[in-house]
Design a protein around this ligand. Structure first.
Ligand code: BGC
Length: 385
């Protein structure tokens, strides 16, 4: 990561740590490029589904399109259903769609949303670079777009971005490895392998960049050794964040570098689906002690692995909190105002910086998961058995 960007993201991280989750004090963004007009409001199509709430003029009301990437990963189901419930509660009609991680499907879902009278779009993209053309139609109709969790690149139709602080996710994973291996004091050297996410997901570069800003100095000093020699982003990326892809890459790394009993001390995994692949691979191919394995999302399967001593930590991003923040942003925009943001420097999508709201992620491990996940009502005890 470039130095200048690093200092900006660090400053952002510091600001973000001063906030409590998403509930902190915010600054207001500059007015969105495109705001709702009465004309587009009157284009609203009649309600499509009986079960969704009708527009309520006392709360603003209107139809909101919510495009999610896939149902395959637990988190997106939670993101979608939390947002749908909270938007309905706030008086909006919701068109919620999942695209099976298929880009053309997501494009046509968004097209349908635009043509069926959605007045605002909330989009978690599959591939940040593939929505420029369809979003031109949104821009022509003055439909504001909130990029949800993943930034939509190279499109000036994006009005706002709402996410967790992605760079901070990476630094927390790196710090965890640093502390667990006691890198500043222990003699080492320690063996580590690196696994990150989809190259088409802008977040993956922030996760990996944040973690490597912590770990790289120890690699340079020889205290951490990447035996596979695989360290650059493109090589350690995992297409579609797929568990199977991470697993087969790890299989190959183990057989080439650790089959002779060489100890593997840590695996940086940018999220839980990749951590699951790594864990599966180690379970099948590696006989040594479990290395430190990081993750992100606190998916149920991974929390169970944490409890079983296989995965060491995960990053908890409370989707209820992000959903509430996005509902607040939607409501502000739909009422003709500006959405709350707390970052106007970090996320340039190629057309300029997108005003963003960054929520604060926290790390979860076997010592604090009960408080974070069960006491907060995110999961029940039974979910984790
Ligand atoms: C999200 C992660 C998620 C990953 C795979 C990223 O954009 O921020 O929470 O694990 O996508 O779906």
């Amino acid at each position: 990561m470039k130095k200048k960007l690093l200092s900006v993201v660090l400053a952002t991280a510091m600001v973000a740590t001063l906030l409590v989750g998403c509930g902190g004090k915010t600054e207001e963004a500059a007015a969105p490029a495109e705001t709702k007009t009465e004309e587009t409001k009157s284009e609203e199509a009649p309600a499509e589904k009986e079960e969704t709430a009708a527009a309520d003029t006392t709360t603003g009301g209107g139809k909101i399109g919510v495009a999610m990437p896939t149902k395959d990963l637990q988190r997106w189901n939670q993101d979608g259903s939390n947002m749908e419930a909270q938007l309905i509660e706030a008086g909006y009609e919701v068109d919620l769609q999942y695209a099976s991680n298929d880009i053309p499907t997501q494009v046509s879902q968004i097209e349908n949303m635009i043509n069926s009278g959605c007045q605002l779009l909330v989009i978690a993209s599959i591939d940040g670079d593939s929505l420029g053309t369809v979003l031109e139609q949104a821009k022509e109709k003055n439909i504001p777009v909130i990029a949800y969790d993943r930034l939509i690149m190279n499109s000036d139709a994006v009005t706002y971005y709402a996410t967790f602080d992605n760079y901070m996710v990476g630094t927390k994973q790196g710090e965890y490895i640093k502390e667990q291996l006691d890198l500043d004091n222990a003699a080492g050297p320690f063996n580590i392998e690196l696994v990150t996410g989809d190259p088409g997901d802008n977040n993956a570069r922030f996760f990996f960049g944040g973690a490597m800003d912590v770990l790289q100095p120890y690699i340079d000093a020889g205290k951490l050794v990447v035996k596979s020699g695989q360290t650059d982003f493109e090589t350690v990326a995992t297409a579609n964040w797929a568990t199977e892809t991470a697993q087969s890459r790890m299989d190959a790394i183990i057989s080439a570098n650790y089959a002779d009993g060489t100890k593997l001390d840590a695996v940086l995994c940018s999220n839980d689906s990749t951590a699951l692949g790594v864990t599966n691979s180690l379970e099948a191919n590696y006989t040594g002690e479990w290395p430190i394995i990081t993750g992100q999302d606190c998916d149920k399967a991974n929390v169970k692995n944490m409890i079983a001593g296989k995965q060491s930590m995960s990053i908890f991003k409370d989707t209820r909190t992000l959903a509430s923040k996005v509902v607040e942003m939607v409501d502000a925009i739909m009422k003709g105002g500006e959405a709350p943001v707390n970052d106007t420097e970090t996320y340039d999508n190629g057309t300029g910086v997108i005003p963003s709201y960054l929520c604060e992620p926290v790390f979860a491990d076997v010592n604090n998961y009960k408080e974070l996940l069960i006491d907060s009502g995110y999961y029940t005890e039974a979910d984790l058995q």
